[in-house]
Design a protein around this ligand. Structure first.
Ligand code: AQP
Length: 329
């Protein structure tokens, strides 16, 4: 099985990225051929400071390694180092419709109240489809928020294959049973997100322990005192219970039984310690990679070489299928 997934360098990674995506990546590398990409072209769909973008690209790559992605098992690379991503995105854009791209909820959310919405933001899902199809991926580990984009990728796969002949593997989404949708600590109807202007809404993977304690103390809760998992009635507490369970390895039922009548303050204090304990070893490894940036750069160079070999094979077929005249034809 071949697996592809990516993370955008759009700011410091948070617990949602970790629990929803990165933990899955680490698990999958044991049994599948994995490609994990820092999708820097996606990050350009909203205005970016070039110096920050370059720094955050290296940070996401370092985070991959710190979380346990092993370059001996998985190909780690930067999207823009393999130019075929942009080329295939153009070709897929030419078989995508205005209507289907306009229905994407992420586009609607991100373009709301914006005056100068870019073509890139609108076409984001075609670039994501190109990322996946270029490597003939069988499966794509994603958080729940990317489900709609993957559905579109599957539609484009079927449309392309029907129009030009079997070319691409139809990819399946891999969404974790739990952790697929970690919610904001300040507004539990919205997902935890890097671009939320309120930094109290998320826990950064590399934040110091005292900030994590403070953010969890300030996390909103629901009416009533009892600690109970009920996403309808108690969305905020349910989100905290899910985070607690994923960080401590204990079941939600065990946690409910322990904290049922203890009140929110003790529950949140213990939750903070569980999150800190989970993140400490990752943070230590991240500091090591930050001090050895050359190691990260070499990993990315080697990863790009491996990825480019696969990408050029797919693109040779695609160019031929759609009727582009090759220089040697
Ligand atoms: N809150 C979340 N819960 C679970 N999984 C999540 N992911 C993101 N947020 C959550 C998953 O993390 C992977 C990488 O995401 P991304 O950075 O490529 O883009 P995103 O989904 O748009 O994530 P953010 O944090 O919300 O970034 P911004 O604010 O820049 O758009 C994906 O697999 C995603 O599903």
């Amino acid at each position: 099985m071949r697996v592809f997934s990516g993370v955008q360098p759009t700011g410091a990674l948070h617990l949602g990225n970790y629990l929803g995506a990165l933990t899955q990546f680490v698990r999958l590398q044991e049994d599948a051929e994995c490609l994990f990409c820092v999708v820097d072209l996606h990050a350009l769909t909203v205005p970016r400071n070039p110096v920050e973008l370059r720094r955050e690209t290296l940070q996401v790559a370092s985070a991959y390694l710190a979380c346990g992605i092993d370059p001996a098992h998985a190909t780690v690379f930067v999207q823009s180092h393999v130019p075929e991503h942009a080329e295939l995105a153009w070709i897929l854009g030419c078989i995508s419709t205005f209507g289907e791209l306009g229905r994407m909820t992420q586009f609607k959310d991100k373009s709301q109240n914006e005056h100068n919405v870019s073509l890139g933001l609108f076409a984001y899902p075609t670039l994501m489809a190109a990322d996946i199809l270029l490597y003939q991926a069988d499966a794509v580990p994603i958080g729940d928020d990317q489900k709609q984009h993957l559905e579109l990728c599957r539609d484009l796969t079927q449309r392309f294959n029907a129009r030009f002949g079997p070319t691409f593997t139809l990819p399946e989404p891999l969404i974790g049973q739990v952790g697929g949708r970690i919610m904001s600590l300040q507004d539990p109807v919205h997902k935890m997100s890097k671009s939320d202007p309120d930094s109290n809404s998320r826990i950064g993977l590399f934040e110091p322990a005292d900030i994590i304690r403070q953010k969890l103390r300030r996390a909103v809760t629901d009416t009533g005192r009892e600690v109970r998992f009920d996403q309808e009635v108690k969305p905020a507490v349910s989100n905290l219970l899910e985070i607690f369970s994923l960080c401590s390895g204990e079941t939600i039922a065990t946690l409910e039984a322990r904290y049922a009548d203890s009140g929110y303050a003790r529950f949140k204090a213990d939750l903070a310690e569980a999150v800190i304990a989970k993140l400490e070893p990752i943070q230590a490894r991240y500091r090591e990679y930050q001090a050895a940036e050359d190691v990260v750069r070499v990993t990315l160079r080697q990863g790009a070489e491996r990825a480019a070999a696969l990408a050029s094979e797919t693109m040779a077929t695609v160019r031929e299928r759609v009727g582009l005249l090759g220089p040697g034809d």
